[in-house]
Design a protein around this ligand. Structure first.
Ligand code: ATP
Length: 438
C-alpha cells in the first residue's frame, strides 16, 4: 500500500508537470530531477514560505546568497575533506553499491540477494569535485558545496558589520548543494543535486541550549502551520553526534516509505568559527562593548532541504478520496504552497462567459497565480484542479451575467458559495491565510 502510494505520487508528478527525471530521453541521470511548470511554482512557494518565516517574521535574521564554489581551504576547515564520507560497500557479484547502513541482512546483497559477495566497507567522500581555471591539476580543484552553511560562516563578520548587528543574530540562505550520494533514492528525498534552506543563529556561549530548544520548537510548529498533520511529524534526538555538534535533533516526517529526516537542528558550538579563524588566520571572535567580553559565538542551525520538505508536503497532501459513486485524487496543499491559487472556469464557451472569466483572470492576476480553463465538462475541470492542489475554483455561470456574482468552489470540501466579483481579491486573500486542514 505504502509503496503504491509513492508510485502514485511519482506518477502524478510526471503526468501533471511537477517533477521529471533529469535527461529522461537519454535514460536519465541518477539522483537528478527537473521541476516542471507546476513543480517550479510549488518549489518557489516552499522557499518563499521559509524565507518569509526567517527574514520577514523574525526581526534579527539577515539574508544571504553566497556562491556555490568556495575557496578549497573552506572544506578543510569545515572537516569535509577528512570527514564527509559514507561507508561504501560493493557487491562483487552484481556490482551494485550501497551505503553500509542500507544493508538490511548482514552479508547479503540487497540487490541480487547473494550471500558472501559484499566487500568490507570503505570510506567514500561525498563531495563532488571540479576544476577552476583552464588547467586540470590538483592545485585548481574546487568542490561543489555539499552544504550551504559554510558560505554563511565565512561571511558572518561582513554581514554583522554591514548590517550593524550584534550577537545574537541570524543569517538565512537558500541555495543548491551537491552530494555524490552512493544510493540516491526515494524520488527527490535523496538526490545528488538538491537545495537547502539553512538558518544559522549566532549566540553567546552559555545561552546556546536555550536558543537550540526555542528553534527546535519553532521549526516543528512551522511544518504544522503549513498543513502537515502533526501525527506525521516527530522529533528524533541524535544519539551519535557529528564532530561539530553538542546537541542535535532531527525533524522527521513519515513518508510512505517510512520515517525520514526533513530538517536538522544542531548546536554547532564554536566549532565552525574557531576552525575558520584557525585556517584563514582572521580573528572571527566578537567583542561585546557593553560587557567588555570577547568570545567566539556558538551557532545554532536549522537546516532543511527544499526538495525533501516539498516531497513531505506532497505526500501529506495526497489523497485518493472515495466519493459516493466515484473517487477523486486531491492534493490538500496549504493554499500558500499550492502552485495555482484559483482556477477560473466559464461554465460554457458562449453567452459572454469566456470574456467575463478572462476579465476576472485579469482582475486577480496581479495578486495570485490563477489558471483559466474552458475545456471539457466543469466537473472534469474541477477534478483536474483538485489533482494539482488548486484550493479554489471560480465559476462564471448564467447568474454571473445577471448579478456579477460567481461560484467559489473549495477543493477540500467541494462546497460552493457565491461571492460578488468585485470582492474576489479580498475573499481569496483571506481564505488563503486562514486555511485549516480539513
Ligand atoms: P541524511 O542522513 O538523510 O543523508 P543528513 O543528516 O546528511 O541527511 P544534513 O546534512 O543535516 O542531512 O542536511 C540538512 C538537510 O538537507 C536534510 O534534512 C535534508 O532535508 C537535506 N538533504 C541532505 N541531503 C540531501 C539529499 N541527498 N537530497 C535531498 N535533500 C538532502
Amino acid at each position: 500500500m505504502a509503496v503504491d502510494t509513492m508510485e502514485q505520487i511519482v506518477s502524478l508528478c510526471k503526468r501533471k508537470g511537477f517533477i521529471f527525471q533529469s535527461s529522461e530521453i537519454y535514460g536519465g541521470l541518477n539522483g537528478c530531477w527537473d521541476y516542471g511548470p507546476l513543480g517550479v511554482e510549488l518549489k518557489r512557494n516552499v522557499q518563499d514560505a521559509w524565507w518569509r518565516a526567517m527574514t520577514v517574521e523574525e526581526d534579527d535574521i539577515e539574508g544571504l546568497d553566497a556562491s556555490i564554489l568556495m575557496h578549497p581551504r573552506v572544506w578543510e576547515a569545515s572537516g569535509h575533506v577528512a570527514e564527509f564520507t559514507d561507508p561504501l560497500v560493493d557487491c562483487t557479484h552484481c556490482k551494485a553499491r550501497f551505503r553500509d547502513d542500507q544493508i538490511e541482512k548482514e552479508g547479503q546483497c540487497p540487490s541480487c540477494g547473494m550471500k558472501g559477495t559484499l566487500t568490507a566497507p570503505r570510506k567514500f567522500n561525498l563531495m563532488l569535485k571540479t576544476f577552476i581555471g583552464p588547467v586540470e591539476e590538483a592545485a585548481s580543484v574546487v568542490y561543489l558545496r555539499p552544504e550551504t552553511c559554510q558560505g554563511i560562516y565565512v561571511d558572518y563578520q561582513n554581514i554583522m558589520t554591514a548590517m550593524r548587528r550584534r550577537i545574537p543574530f541570524g543569517i538565512a540562505q537558500i541555495g543548491k548543494a551537491f552530494r555524490n550520494e552512493i544510493n540516491p533514492r526515494y524520488f527527490v528525498f535523496r538526490s545528488r543535486e538538491f537545495e537547502q534552506m539553512e538558518m544559522q543563529y549566532f549566540v553567546k556561549p552559555g545561552t546556546d541550549m536555550e536558543v537550540f530548544n526555542t528553534w527546535r520548537d519553532k521549526r516543528l510548529r512551522y511544518y504544522a502551520e503549513l498543513g502537515i498533520r502533526s501525527e506525521k511529524l516527530r522529533l528524533v534526538p541524535h544519539e551519535k553526534l557529528a564532530h561539530y555538534a553538542s546537541a542535535a535533533v532531527d525533524i522527521e516526517y513519515e513518508f510512505p516509505f517510512g520515517w525520514g529526516e526533513i530538517e536538522g537542528i544542531h548546536n554547532r558550538t564554536d566549532f565552525d568559527l574557531r576552525r575558520h579563524s584557525e585556517f584563514s588566520g582572521k580573528d572571527l571572535s566578537f567583542f561585546d562593548d557593553q560587557t567588555r567580553e570577547r568570545y567566539i559565538p556558538f551557532i545554532i542551525e536549522a537546516s532543511s532541504g527544499v526538495n525533501r520538505t516539498l516531497l513531505a508536503y506532497l505526500c501529506d497532501a495526497y489523497e485518493v478520496e472515495q466519493l459516493e459513486n466515484d473517487t477523486r485524487t486531491v492534493l490538500h496543499l496549504h493554499p500558500r504552497l499550492a502552485p495555482i491559487k484559483a482556477g477560473i472556469l466559464p461554465l460554457v464557451k458562449r453567452d459572454g462567459m469566456p470574456e467575463k472569466a478572462h476579465e476576472i483572470e485579469r482582475q486577480l492576476n496581479p495578486y495570485f497565480r490563477v489558471f483559466y480553463d474552458e475545456s471539457g465538462a466543469v466537473g472534469r475541470r474541477y477534478r483536474r484542479m483538485d489533482e494539482v492542489g488548486t484550493p479554489f475554483c471560480i465559476t462564471v455561470d448564467s447568474q454571473t451575467m445577471q448579478d456579477d456574482t460567481v461560484t467559489l468552489r473549495h477543493r477540500d470540501t467541494m462546497r460552493q458559495d457565491r461571492y460578488p466579483v468585485a470582492g474576489l481579491v479580498q475573499v481569496l486573500g483571506e481564505k488563503i491565510t486562514s486555511w485549516q486542514r480539513p
